[in-house]
Design a protein around this ligand. Structure first.
Ligand SMILES: Cc1cc2nc3c(=O)[nH]c(=O)nc-3n(C[C@H](O)[C@H](O)[C@H](O)COP(=O)(O)OP(=O)(O)OC[C@H]3O[C@@H](n4cnc5c(N)ncnc54)[C@H](O)[C@@H]3O)c2cc1C
Length: 432
């Protein structure tokens, strides 16, 4: 069966979500920009909680999670369709209980956590009452986790963590951290690293700086440089068992990457919407921008680029639902991750250009999108590394040629074809 239809009942919910996000949620981006990961004040709670409740009443809260965890068990494909809508707004994922990095973090606690860890961290996380941070990258290198040196050493019934972590997003507002550390330096890093769950206020967790992205003012950053200085945690803080960090990281990052891609569709579509409106609204040199061939090319290229990307994301989401195993879908998740920054960059850039000077001002969101595209090329691993993953996985389907000539070398194939059909060739020659 091969079907591109959304079931009508779910489409009705999506239509509701689309209007709800545009009318009720997008305004929050303007009054409380960048505050979505900050614990709610009483005033903000008065606005935010009722919005979350409306989402819950519609059955759209954390839809990707199973009913045992408070979601609907809709899976990744339906989440993709919803996330396309949520991607328009910074606040929308929070209002719908499916924001990064918390979704990925929730997923691994749900998968690998003990009942006590689920009770302590997962439940409140899923209820949207607290935030989490994933602390993996180190200052000396993020792309290659085998270079990580932050370690945990056993001391009686405890572990003692020491080292530095960089770019731990939202650590400044998170209630707990998931930290990846070396627990056995004598074996391969793939077996010698583990993950720990610990409250952010554990003694020795020192946030040294909150690094900001370009355009954010000093002090507004949310990507922490953390010094873990003799941080003591009990054995029960281990997530998924000793030596399991790489296995867990694959689950964590697979989900996170595809969710970013889903939201990116929404953001890129927003840029196309703005580009088209401007093209129809503005006249210069005797005609509308929409009538200029170059602008038509921008629109057509953007439409085609986004359509390709969207199909790729939806298909990958469908594969995740089908196999229920991120490892099996690794190639396609990595391919999506590779394409994502270019799609967002190209579309945002064209939309910005069509807006002229206004496009590059802080009165329009385009430069934020372009920076966002650059971020997409790094967060959860740089594009180059994902290209390597795609290439390695693709190459697994091939083998080397048996001799010096490629298997599709025409002289040899021609000889073989001639030999096979010699009888007919002889007949043809005799008839002519
Ligand atoms: C907005 C944002 C949020 C983030 N949030 C988190 C978070 O919450 N938790 C966390 O742990 N980390 C987080 N990160 C860190 C992110 O995972 C790392 O930035 C990423 O893995 C790259 O590591 P690096 O920055 O150390 O770059 P490096 O590893 O130094 O790589 C730099 C460049 O070298 C090239 N390169 C690297 N490796 C290869 C290779 N194998 N082949 C070819 N070229 C290569 C690429 O061009 C790459 O961009 C975040 C990053 C950003 C930008």
């Amino acid at each position: 069966m091969w079907d591109f239809e959304t079931d009508p009942d779910y489409q009705e919910l999506l239509d509701w979500a689309d209007e709800f996000v545009r009318e009720e949620v997008e305004p929050l981006d303007l009054i409380w920009p960048h505050l979505q990961f900050t614990p709610l004040t009483e005033t903000r709670r008065e606005v935010v909680d009722p919005l979350k409740n409306r989402v819950r009443q519609k059955g759209l809260w954390a839809t990707h999670l199973g009913p045992d965890l408070g979601g609907q068990g809709y899976g990744q494909l339906k989440l993709a369709l919803l996330n396309e809508i949520l991607g328009r707004s910074q606040w929308a994922p929070i209002i719908f209980g499916c924001q990064a990095p918390d979704t990925g973090n929730a997923e691994i606690i749900a998968h690998y956590g003990t009942p006590e860890q689920k009770h302590r961290y997962l439940r409140p996380l899923l209820e949207g009452e607290l935030f989490s941070s994933y602390s993996m990258t180190e200052p000396q290198g993020g792309s290659d986790p085998t270079q990580f040196t932050t370690s945990a050493v056993r001391d009686g019934d405890d572990w003692v963590i020491n080292g530095w972590k960089y770019f731990s997003s939202n650590a400044n507002t998170a209630s707990f951290l998931i930290v990846m550390v070396v627990t056995n330096p004598d074996v391969s890093p793939y077996q010698g690293m583990s993950m720990f769950l610990l409250p952010t206020d554990t003694p020795g967790v020192n946030i040294m700086r909150n690094v900001g992205l370009y355009g954010e003012r000093e002090g507004e950053g949310s990507h922490a440089l953390i010094h873990y200085d003799n941080v003591r945690v009990p054995d029960s803080a281990l997530l998924g068992g000793e030596g399991q960090a790489f296995v867990i990281a694959q689950t964590r990052l697979g989900g996170g990457r595809i969710h970013h891609a889903m939201r990116t569709i929404g953001l890129a579509q927003k840029a196309i919407d703005m580009m088209c409106e401007r093209a129809l609204s503005r006249e210069t040199a005797g005609s509308r921008l929409a009538d200029k061939q170059a602008v038509q090319e921008y629109i057509a290229d953007s439409y085609a680029q986004l359509k390709q990307f969207r199909l790729m994301v939806l298909h990958t989401a469908w594969e995740i639902d089908k196999y229920n195993d991120y490892k099996k879908v690794r190639k396609d998740i990595a391919a999506v991750k590779v394409v994502m920054p270019t799609v967002l960059h190209d579309i945002a850039w064209r939309a910005m250009q069509v807006h002229g000077a206004l496009g590059v001002t802080n009165e329009m969101p385009f430069l934020g999108m372009v920076t966002g595209a650059a971020v997409m090329g790094l967060a959860d691993g740089p594009t180059e590394v994902h290209k390597t993953t795609v290439a390695k996985q693709v190459l697994r389907g091939y083998r080397a040629s048996d001799d010096i000539w490629p298997s599709e070398w025409l002289p040899r194939k021609r000889d073989a074809a001639r030999e096979r059909f010699a009888e007919y060739l002889d007949l043809e020659a005799g008839n002519s």
